[in-house]
Every structure is written in structure tokens, then in C-alpha cells.
Design a binder for this molecule. Structure first.
Ligand SMILES: NC(=O)c1ccc[n+]([C@@H]2O[C@H](COP(=O)([O-])OP(=O)(O)OC[C@H]3O[C@@H](n4cnc5c(N)ncnc54)[C@H](O)[C@@H]3O)[C@@H](O)[C@H]2O)c1
Length: 260
């Protein structure tokens, strides 16, 4: 088993942060398996064009049967899984009083139940092998509250809680579990949220000490660090912010902008 090439699973890898993460892990020598609602053909092709190994699976991470079938396929093909990146997620920008129970439930299903199902399916394989690294893509909305995001904030706070719990339970058996907490990232999710009129580029760039959005690359590199046993072998239960300093900055706007 140890002689084979390492394998990594990435959820939501058809676009955005997940796509760049899958590509970067392939560049670092991992064989890649992607599950996404959308057929992740473009990501698989991009990896194969550069000589990497990848396969895609179209499915909904909230469905237990889909996750179990995907896990069987991955294990059948690669016989091992070293890394799981729980990245698939959805956004919901809505005043709390206008959020319907079904909207609230769907966000929790995708952002919180999905990662649990994946961690359960692939964690079992990792525990048996007594090694593995799971990275949950949370958000700064998992650490602080951003208004109009009751369901999203709650799901990401829960994901940080799941991260810490699994780190406590599984660390002693060689499986590390960490989270990354990105600030605002330029992806299709951001484009859709901005198209709905909820914020503009300057709202974000003026709030971030480093004065810009994150790129998918910034987040992918933090994930790759946590994926790598040599780089981060004693890091477990950590939430790594990739937010240009957003969540550390208590300055008011005129002070912040005077430092540019
Ligand atoms: N973009 C940001 O500003 C930002 C900031 C912080 C955290 N995040 C988090 O990063 C992750 C990726 O975000 P992104 O910006 O790349 O989003 P995105 O919308 O561009 O990509 C998300 C991917 O997940 C897939 N997906 C959604 N629901 C799914 C489901 N039920 N089953 C399988 N696949 C599903 C989508 O098809 C899509 O390919 C999400 O968890 C998001 O909450 C994003």
C-alpha cells in the first residue's frame, strides 16, 4: 500500500477553490478523485493534460448512498485515500427573518452534513491505515458573524466544531483534521453573490487589511500545507484563516485606510 502514489479526494472540485485545490494537489503528486453536483470534466481534463491522474463523479454530497458509492469507487480505483478536502458548499445571503426553514436546512445539509458523511466514509479507511489528513473548507463566517447569513454562518461554525471534534477523536489514530477559513475569494460563488446585489468589490477590499480578495490559489496552498504530513504533521484541530487579516483587524475604516 505504501508504495503506491498518494490519493486525495476533493468535493466541489468542478470550479472555484475546489478546482484549484484538485489541480494543485495533482501537481504535488496526488492521484485525485472529485465529487461535485456538476460533472467535473474540465478539472479532470486540466489535470490529465499536465500528466496527472484524476477521475470525476457527479453526485450530491448530502446523499448518504451517493457518498458511499463514491467512496467504494475511489477505493476500488486507488486502494488508498490519504487526503480528504471537504470543499463543496453553498452560500445563502438572506435576512434571518426572511430565511425559510427549508433554505436553512439545505445550507446545513450541504455545508455541514455533507462533510460529516464524507469524513465518515473516508475517515474509516484512514483510521484503518492509521494515517490521513482531512481539511474542511469553513470560512471566516465560521469564526465571526456576518449579517444576513444565519444559515451559512451557523453551518460554518458547526464545521469548525466538527473539525475540532474529529481532531480530538482521530488524532490518536494518525488522522489529522483541520479547517481553512477563507475570507472573500474571487470565484463563481462571489460572482453569483455580487450579481444578487449583496455587496461590491470595494466593500470587501476596504475591509481587508491586505486590500484585496483572496485568489483560489491562496486557499489551495493553505489546504496543500495541511494535506502534507511532512509540512504540517503535528498540526491537528487547527483553523487556518486565509483572509488577508480580516478577522484580526478591529480597526475602524478611516484608520485602516490611512495605513494603505
Ligand atoms: N468564495 C468565497 O468567498 C468563499 C469564502 C469562504 C469560504 N468559501 C467556501 O469555499 C468552498 C468553495 O467555495 P467556492 O467559492 O469555490 O464556491 P463555488 O460555488 O464556486 O464552487 C462550489 C462547488 O461545490 C459544488 N457543490 C455545491 N453543492 C454541492 C453538493 N450538494 N454536492 C456536491 N457538490 C456541490 C458546486 O457544484 C461547485 O462546483 C465553499 O464551502 C464555500 O462556502 C468560499
Amino acid at each position: 500500500m505504501g508504495s503506491q502514489k498518494r490519493a486525495a479526494v476533493v468535493t466541489g472540485g468542478a470550479q472555484g477553490i475546489g478546482r484549484r485545490t484538485a489541480e494543485l494537489l495533482a501537481e504535488r503528486g496526488f492521484r485525485i478523485a472529485i465529487v461535485d453536483l456538476l460533472e467535473p470534466k474540465a478539472t479532470v481534463q486540466a489535470i490529465e493534460t499536465r500528466g496527472g491522474i484524476a477521475f470525476g463523479f457527479a453526485g450530491d454530497v448530502t446523499r448518504e448512498d451517493v457518498v458511499e458509492e463514491f467512496a467504494r469507487k475511489v477505493f476500488g480505483r486507488y486502494q488508498r485515500v490519504d487526503v480528504l478536502v471537504n470543499n463543496a458548499g453553498i452560500s445563502l445571503i438572506r435576512a434571518a427573518e426572511d430565511t425559510t426553514p427549508s433554505e436553512y436546512r439545505r445550507v446545513l445539509e450541504v455545508n455541514l452534513v455533507g462533510p460529516f458523511l464524507l469524513a465518515r466514509a473516508f475517515g474509516r479507511m484512514m483510521l484503518e491505515a492509521r494515517r490521513g489528513s482531512i481539511i474542511n473548507v469553513a470560512s471566516i463566517a465560521g469564526l465571526v458573524a456576518v449579517a444576513d447569513r444565519a444559515a451559512y454562518n451557523t453551518s460554518k461554525h458547526g464545521l469548525v466544531g466538527l473539525t475540532r471534534t474529529l481532531a480530538a477523536e482521530w488524532g490518536g489514530r494518525g488522522v489529522r483534521v483541520n479547517a481553512v477559513c477563507p475570507g472573500w475569494v474571487k470565484t463563481e460563488m462571489d460572482a453569483a453573490d455580487q450579481a444578487a446585489g449583496s455587496y461590491t468589490d470595494p466593500d470587501i477590499t476596504q475591509r481587508v487589511p491586505m486590500g484585496r480578495f483572496a485568489k483560489p490559489e491562496d486557499v489551495a496552498r493553505a489546504i496543500a500545507f495541511l494535506a502534507d504530513d511532512e509540512e504540517s504533521g503535528f498540526v491537528n484541530g487547527h483553523t487556518l484563516t486565509v483572509d488577508g487579516g480580516w478577522s484580526s483587524d478591529g480597526s475602524w475604516e478611516s484608520v485602516r485606510l490611512s495605513k494603505r
